[in-house]
Each structure stands twice: as C-alpha cells, then as structure tokens.
Design a binder for this molecule. Sequence first.
Ligand SMILES: Cc1ncc(COP(=O)(O)O)c(C=O)c1O
Length: 367
Amino acid sequence: MGYAVDTRCIHGKGHKTVDGNNAISFPIYQTASFSHLTPGHNPNGFDYSRESNPTRAYLEETISSLEHAYDSIAFASGMAAIATAFEFFKSGDHIILGEDLYGGVVRLISQISTKNGYETDYVETSDLDALRTAIKPNTKAIYFETPTNPMMHVTDIKAVAEIAHSVGALVIVDNTFMTPYFQNPILEGADIVIQSGTKYLCGHNDTVCGFLSSANEELAERFRLLSKTTGATLGPFESWLCLRGLKTLALRMERHKSNAEVIRNWLLTRKDVEKVYYAGSGMISFAVKSAEHAVEILKNIKLITFAESLGGTESLLTYPYCQTHPDVPAEQKEKLGITDKLLRLSVGIENPDDIIADLEQAFGSVV
Ligand SMILES: Cc1ncc(COP(=O)(O)O)c(C=O)c1O
C-alpha cells in the first residue's frame, strides 16, 4: 500500500496494465457467466457475475486499497450493503445504533429487521459514557455514522472501538460523508465500513451503489457468503461508472470541502439562519427561522436543485424532515433537531460565488 490516497483513487493497488489488451480504462465485463475448461476448473476464478465479475472485482480491490480493508464487496446500493451487514446478526443479539442515522436505516430496523429477533437501542455514540451504559452482555455490534446524516454529530471511532472490543462487539461505521479520502475507520479500529457509493465515490449523481469493507478474513468470508447468496451485488456497468468516478475523488473532495467552507461562512453571516451544522467534507445542514422560509428557499433555488441524495458534482438541497427521514419517529426527529426548519445542502463543485448568489436570491431580502 505504498501509494498516497489520491494515487490509489486512480490506480487502485497499483496495477500498471489491467487486462490482456493493455487497456488504460478497465473493461466492462458485461457478462452473466464465464466458460469452464473442465468441471471445477476455471483458471481466472470467475463463474457467475452475481458472485464475482472482473469489473466489480477491480472496483472492490480499489475500495479495499482506499479503506485499508482486507476485502470489500460492491452492492447495488448503500442500503443493500447495510441490509447485508445486519444479516450477520441473529435472534438474541443486541445492537447499539447511533442516535442520528440515515432514515432508510431506521426504516430497515423498525420495519424489516424486527423479524430477525435482535434487540436494538439508539444511543448518542459521541457520548462515551452513554455508550458504556448501553452495553449489555449480549451486545454484538455498535453501528454509527460519523459525521451523522443530517445533524453532523462526530464520534471518536478509536474510543468506541476500545469500548466495543473490550466486550467482543463489532464496530460498524458508515463512512459515506467523509469517504476514505478524509477518514479511514479501519485504521481507527472499525471492523466493518459501509459506504453509500451513490454519493461521493461515484460522485456524479448518476449511479446507485454501496460498499461493505471488512477488516479481516473471517468477516470477509462471512460477507462473501451472504452477498453471493442474497445476491444484491453491483452490475459491471455501474462498477465501471464508480471506477471512473473514483479517479477524481481526491480533486472533488478538496473542492467540495473548500466550497462548503465558503458557504458555511456565508450562512454564519445571515441573521435569518438560526444554526449551522458543519463537520468537514461537503455537507452542511442549517436551520432557518421558520418552516415557511425553508419551503420558500426550496422553491426559489435555480442553480441548486431541490432533491434527495448528496455527494455529486451538482449542488443539491434536501428537506430531511420529509425527504430522507420521514420514517424516524417524530419525537426522535424533534430531539435531534430534524425539524421542518432544517435544510441539508450537499455543496457541489460549481464556482462557490454562483452557489452563494443562488442562495442569496433564494433566501430573499431578510438578512
Ligand atoms: C449516510 C448514508 N448511508 C447510507 C445511505 C443509503 O445509501 P443508498 O441510497 O445508496 O442506498 C444513505 C443514503 O442517503 C446515506 O445518506
């Protein structure tokens, strides 16, 4: 793993030529199946694309190299990766969940995973005393985002790993907001890293994908069995799109972050902005003074798009209250600050002056 992270975004583990024809761009192996020479003998190790495919394998190697992982699996979405992670657990297990999570995960736990019979508790994982108190004899995992979506809470991964490992529990970190360019949870002690690759990794608001990276062989084998059996793995074309997106990850992340810092500073000057939540990368949440103003801004933006998702080249403004977090119980949303006055801005890589000009006209005259 000798190369720097920006080089690994482009070259993965450092292959000079990647196929028999010396293509610079890794080919799209658009095939469902692979021929065998004799029973049980396939020299390249590929049988069937649900289980493995060369384009996906090359992407997975690149992600492992970026995440410092033993192995990574590319899924058809971030939620497919997360659902596979939760398939690991069984009836009687206890899982601690970060208090502020992407709403789809809350829906998975409350409406789908209940059939698996494991117990869950939501805990503010940045509060280490609260975390210690929540540990039970049957605690098998601590699952959290850092920073969180949308409230930007930051958790000390190393400290959580110490607590979790002292009781034999796994640490699962959703690294979507930071990406492996800014943060490497496995180096901090995480056992499993999740990514919604739909966001910064693919980076162009054109592809849905997800990743599950394992820190060791034992976990990797278990997740390989789960992914090939449940089958929500990523297709060859989307794998190629993600490989293409990754080549510019370093440049994009630097620009997302520098743009976000300029816009955060502008938001801090506004008297009609109640609070700004920012923890690095290109994501900012902010509360305005009324729900009416929030809706007005969403209606008025011209360059920025009112849409779900994040992490792409285009700036998107999201209304978490009803777009990304509708399945989070009302009292939990209130407690966290996910109110009808909160907006989440995924700062794109446009010229920051144009983004600010658009916000300025959308906010209206009150300053
Ligand atoms: C932090 C986070 N994790 C996971 C997901 C789910 O990813 P996907 O939409 O690719 O299924 C999202 C989606 O918005 C997210 O924001």
